[in-house]
Ligand binder design. Structure first.
Ligand code: IVH
Length: 719
């Protein structure tokens, strides 16, 4: 491998890891820690590097898939037509290039395009059959999403029944949002109740829709804007611009402002006009979407691997302002990571006052050479967390000194005074003291958070006070709290007390008790084991039945051993075979891996981290304590071994058309229950295509690739 390729491989691996982590925060936790713009920068760097070194592209790269993973707890819905996303751009030049490109692809034709607002919410598909709302789903990974029907039904502007004569099948797609005022109100209420705040309206909307309890969604002022269709039967729409009046006629909320344009200049005019008026919309917008109007032209333009060639999203630049950096404070997170935060002279950006901004880590400060006393440019898009973009060097005070992280904290944890160590993996300093109160609070918050053990009343200030008053030193202490103790908890100050109250306390204790019954995957996540996110926790729970099994996992030890026995070919081979047999590893197809290499379900870093965690005295104590408390989470999944014995194990099915006596959902459920897998598109890897009436392009593709095609009776015999 050439030197620059090796370097690229390293950077690519780094970018993938970072992007995956941000995806997880965004899609699974609805709590991103960087702005969209920063995310797009990382993503673009990866795309560019992969384009330069195509050999380094692997199927698991974030560039090779569409979006987040559906949550496990919701039923899954397979989209009848994939829900794609769009290419993003921040430059008018690229918009012009887009228009020029389509003109080149369709020469000598007029190509009117529609320009409409890009609503900053959550993509949703709603299916109407004979006018009645049948189901609603999130985008999920583009092929399969979460069934959020109950939550969508709580949105008043989404009709249960379409008005007038409705088409037979009418799948509409749009964006669910929380309006700007509703967002402010919601965060105010959460602050008063001591709950963690949402970073922006989109996260609040995502959080509301991803709640399993529809009562929560019902309390939030959610709205909806529909801007497209999915599967449709019984109506013919030939122009996108016709869907706006059609939606209105059917009673579906849609865009009020949109433009038609047939030249680069007119497109750019429309984008600029939208920018002038969008701040008055009730919902957040972060850009404009430009779409070819005629569906016939769209069809001829087609798609790239990920997105349509007939549309592009233009994102408005985030607003930037200058202000003074007064100080840098250092916060301690749940795993002890020290995060520098900029304390700013308050300024108004994008309609709200900003006095803090995240600085991410020491390297970031060095790279941008940020110094206390500097005038800095901060950026904020809509309601997202502001970031420091750059320093205005010409305004730097003479005496400003380069920022020395370690000196700034006097070499100690700013909260507990404990030892700190630089963690090379996270380019961050970390407090080593597991008893650090800041860590205890953050761990407690994390333990109780959505997606972990879901104890909503134990967030923010409640967690702070529980630790401060010595009622909770570690998360498991929650299980010994009594209603009386908790009810008396003072969330205010001595002079200005605010008592938690018995009613809230009873609710909290009920939620705590409920957490006992949660499955292993949730517990593994909630324990805040370094490097174990939701996906990893789910993967681990698939291969282990109990927490003790994870703690002394032979599989994880094998993963470590595989990476450590470098010289000894025989030993490596033996371990690799064992891991493959257990289902915990697969033979690698990537060119980067050595011959005969494997890809394990989790990597050596995670394996080490998990084993270290349970091997430490704190980890052992924790297991002991869980036993004492009678908390014994079990894996909710069939073990890999049992999975492999199921009749359809390892078989991939693709469904197409309408089956005579079962719905797609029923067929999918059957396949999955028997160990098979349902995919949205036909490839060489497909084992069977289950085809019904009016099957379309998937059937053609199957014929082309020689994939066996079966009908419902054959399928029934099989299962
Ligand atoms: S059209 C294949 N129109 O932005 C085209 N999307 O990456 C599908 N969005 O996932 C999208 N406003 O969630 C379209 N007026 C609009 C939109 C819009 C917001 C979202 C949508 C999509 C993403 C684009």
């Amino acid at each position: 491998m050439a030197k620059d390729e090796a370097q690229a491989a390293k950077r690519i691996a780094q970018l993938r890891q970072e992007i995956k982590e941000h995806d997880r925060r965004y899609y699974e936790e609805a709590a991103p820690t960087i702005s969209d713009r920063e995310y797009d920068r990382l993503y673009k760097e990866l795309v560019d590097l992969e384009a330069k070194f195509p050999d380094l592209v692997t199927p698991d790269s974030p560039t090779q898939r569409v979006g987040g993973k559906p949550l496990q707890a919701f039923a899954q819905i397979q989209h009848r037509a994939p829900m794609l996303s769009l290419d993003n751009t921040y430059s008018e030049d690229e918009v012009a290039n887009f228009y020029k490109r389509i003109t080149r692809l369709l020469p000598d034709e007029e190509i009117p395009v529609v320009i409409e607002p890009k609503v900053d919410g959550v993509a949703v598909s709603v299916m109407y059959e004979n006018g009645r709302l049948k189901y609603a789903a999130t985008r999920g990974d583009g092929l399969v999403g979460d069934d959020i029907t109950q939550n969508i039904k709580t949105i008043r502007s989404v009709p249960q029944q379409l008005r007038g004569s409705a088409p037979k099948v009418f799948e509409v797609r749009g964006e669910a949002y929380l309006d700007k005022n509703g967002f402010k109100k919601l965060n105010k209420e959460r602050e008063a109740a001591g709950l963690p705040l949402f970073a922006n309206p989109r996260n609040a909307a995502a959080g509301s829709l991803k709640h399993l309890d529809p009562k929560i969604a019902a309390q939030r002022p959610l709205g909806m804007v529909f801007y497209g269709t999915g599967a449709v039967e019984g109506v013919d729409v030939d122009l996108h611009s016709k869907i706006f009046p059609l939606f209105k006629k059917l009673g579906l909320p849609t865009h009020e402002n949109w433009w038609l344009a047939d030249s680069v200049e007119k497109v750019l005019d429309a984008i600029r006009e939208l920018d002038r008026i969008r701040h008055d919309f009730p919902y957040e917008t972060d850009g404009a979407v430009i779409k070819v109007d005629a569906l016939a032209q769209r069809e001829r333009l087609g798609f790239t691997a990920k997105s349509p060639r007939w549309a592009i999203a233009y994102k408005y630049a985030a607003e930037r302002v200058e202000t003074k950096l007064l100080d840098i404070i250092v916060q301690v997170g749940r795993t002890g990571i020290l995060t520098p935060v900029a304390m700013l002279e308050p300024v108004v950006v994008s309609g709200s006052t900003v006095s803090r901004a995240t600085l991410h880590n020491e390297d970031e400060i060095k790279r941008k050479d940020i110094r206390i006393g500097d005038t800095v440019v901060i950026e904020k898009a809509g309601e997202v967390i502001p970031a420091v973009v750059e320093v205005v060097k010409s305004k730097r005070p003479r005496n400003a000194k380069p920022f020395d992280f370690l000196k700034h904290i006097h070499g100690k944890c700013p909260v507990c005074g404990g030892e700190v160590r630089r963690d090379p993996q996270f380019v961050a300093w970390r407090c080593e003291n597991l008893q650090c109160p800041a860590q205890a609070t953050r761990r407690l918050e994390f333990f109780a958070a959505r997606g972990a053990l879901d104890i909503e009343s134990v967030g923010g200030i409640v967690a702070d006070k529980l630790v401060e008053r010595g009622l909770v030193r570690e998360p498991l202490d929650l299980f010994e709290l009594k209603v009386e103790q908790l009810g008396k908890l003072n969330l205010g100050t001595e002079e200005n007390p605010r008592i938690f109250g018995e009613k809230n306390a009873t609710k909290a204790i009920q939620a705590i008790e409920r957490a006992r019954t949660f499955p292993l995957s949730r517990w593994l996540y909630a324990l805040a084991i370094p490097d174990v996110g939701k996906t990893t926790a789910t993967d681990l729970a698939r291969f282990h039945q109990t927490i003790e099994e994870v703690a002394s996992s032979k599989l994880l030890r094998d993963v470590l051993a595989y990476h450590e026995t470098k010289g000894d070919k025989e030993a490596t081979k033996e371990i690799a075979e064992r891991l493959i047999k257990s289902g915990f590893a697969q033979p690698s197809k990537s060119k980067i891996d050595k011959q005969g290499g494997i890809v394990t379900e989790v990597g050596p870093v995670v394996a080490k981290s998990v084993l270290d965690f349970f091997g430490s005295s704190a980890g052992k104590k924790m297991l002991q304590r869980m036993k004492q408390l009678g908390v014994r989470p079990k894996s909710e999944k069939v073990s890999a071994k049992k999975m492999a014995e199921l009749p359809l194990a390892g078989k991939t099915f693709v469904l197409t058309g309408t089956l005579p006596s079962m719905t797609r959902e029923e067929a999918s459920a059957k396949i999955e229950a028997l160990g098979g897998h349902v995919s949205g598109s036909v490839s060489k890897k497909t084992d069977y295509v289950l085809a019904g009436a009016e099957a379309g392009s998937k059937l053609e593709k199957a014929k082309e690739l020689g994939v066996p095609i079966i009908d419902e009776p054959t399928f029934r015999k099989m299962v």
